[in-house]
Design a binder for this molecule. Sequence first.
Ligand code: CU
Length: 132
Amino acid sequence: MNAAQKIFRTVALRLVPLAPLVLLAAATAPAWAASHAGAHGAHGAHAAPGAPAAAAPAGEMTDGEVRKVDKDGGKITLKHAEIKSLDMPAMTMVFVVKDKAMLDKLAAGDKVRFKAINDAGKFTVTELQMAR
Ligand SMILES: [Cu+2]
């Protein structure tokens, strides 16, 4: 047995008694993490890569400029900035509005901020306000 093998054997023998402790720690950690997340429910949403965290960017307002208002049709043509939640680059396009009353005070040239969703293939403005 050379020196390297001897050292390895010594280290290995010392580690063996520790193995049950390592397993215990591994088994305990998830339980601790779960109870920790439960105790801080509100913060847990940030850590979770699921729906609540993903929904936050969808709530961001997008900058746009009114090009055309169709009150009867409930439609508005907007030149808009990138809409990350819809995976859409900046462009000019027609949106349906959730509520025709949203169009009452709007005219071509107005700068707005809005939220839009993809409602079964129809891009729909759900919120709209004048930009200042
Ligand atoms: Cu668009």
